[in-house]
Design a protein around this ligand. Sequence first.
Ligand SMILES: Cc1cc2nc3c(=O)[nH]c(=O)nc-3n(C[C@H](O)[C@H](O)[C@H](O)COP(=O)(O)OP(=O)(O)OC[C@H]3O[C@@H](n4cnc5c(N)ncnc54)[C@H](O)[C@@H]3O)c2cc1C
Length: 334
Amino acid sequence: MAVHSPPLTADRESTPPHRRIAVIGAGVMGLSIAHALRLRGHGVTVVADRSATDSVSGVAAAIWFPYRSGSSPLLASWLRRSKERFERLAADDACGIDLRAGTVVERDEHADRSWAAAVADPREAPAEALPPGAVAGLRATVPVISMPHYLAWLNRRCEELGVRFDRRTITSVGELEGEADLAVVAAGMRSGDLLDDPTPYPVRGQVVRLPNPGLTEWITDEDNPAGITYVVPRRDDVVCGGTADVGSYAAEPDPATEQAILERATALVPALRGLPVLSRAVGLRPARNTIRLEPVEGHPLPVIACYGHGGAGVTLSWGCAETVCDLVPAQGAA
Ligand SMILES: Cc1cc2nc3c(=O)[nH]c(=O)nc-3n(C[C@H](O)[C@H](O)[C@H](O)COP(=O)(O)OP(=O)(O)OC[C@H]3O[C@@H](n4cnc5c(N)ncnc54)[C@H](O)[C@@H]3O)c2cc1C
């Protein structure tokens, strides 16, 4: 069901001003950018050494929410544009997106509620729905993106559109000279290595996945003094988190941390108690104080950087992809 994109045409990339563009990165950001560029008629190759499911994107739950996203003057616009796109995609069951109500628990009476400007139905959570220590809570309906389904769909969709995939490691953007007219660096945590930028840093997240006992509502308790806690019911499981270890590169799940996550999650959502663990995972959120989305000078070919989305790469993906497209210079320009 083509609810989201125009019909394919055979030779979009043959007519100027379309370009040959290499997108470094096959995570949610790289794939969204590739999809958007291809729909604008560019010839697109995704160059990556890991598939989306094997990258941080495969660890995200994911809910549409700007958690630890880094700042940008365009943040509100990216949030809104991405949410609108996810809402449209939710009409196609194959995308793995559901619009679900849930609660953001607040433990500070001055909690930042700016995110709620992008949702249609923000409302106060009833006190009885909040855990001890909460001062308030905001309920809203947002897209819940079941990443295993969604990433498979997005990959497939890119292939259908004619995006090419090239599995390899890039050590320098200059390697792409001659192959592409322009490179987009959407390589998550490793983008800084490619662009001599030391500012990205990891915010390690550990999750544990349980069978879904029939839950539909999500809940997040970011400022729980015992540790960030969230429960996100997806199509086939429930993702329980988490951790936000700034600067940690530890790649393996820690059993004691998992036990603590389960205790906090079951305190928040008692229906999870006693469920068997389906799987566990760790991902390094690619954080940066400001999201970097801009042209970058000083390389043998034009480069656009798109990274530093922290805990909100899925949430911002479509909005950022559109901005990348807007930054592609017209043919003949520098
Ligand atoms: C526990 C956890 C929960 C999260 N929950 C949410 C959530 O609910 N909502 C949300 O919006 N976000 C969430 N996030 C954040 C989200 O996962 C990230 O922001 C997002 O996945 C980043 O996507 P990316 O495409 O930039 O990077 P990645 O997914 O890391 O992809 C990077 C890609 O670049 C490639 N690459 C890197 N360097 C090179 C190189 N030199 N050569 C070739 N290829 C290269 C890799 O192979 C990979 O394909 C969560 C993250 C974690 C860890």
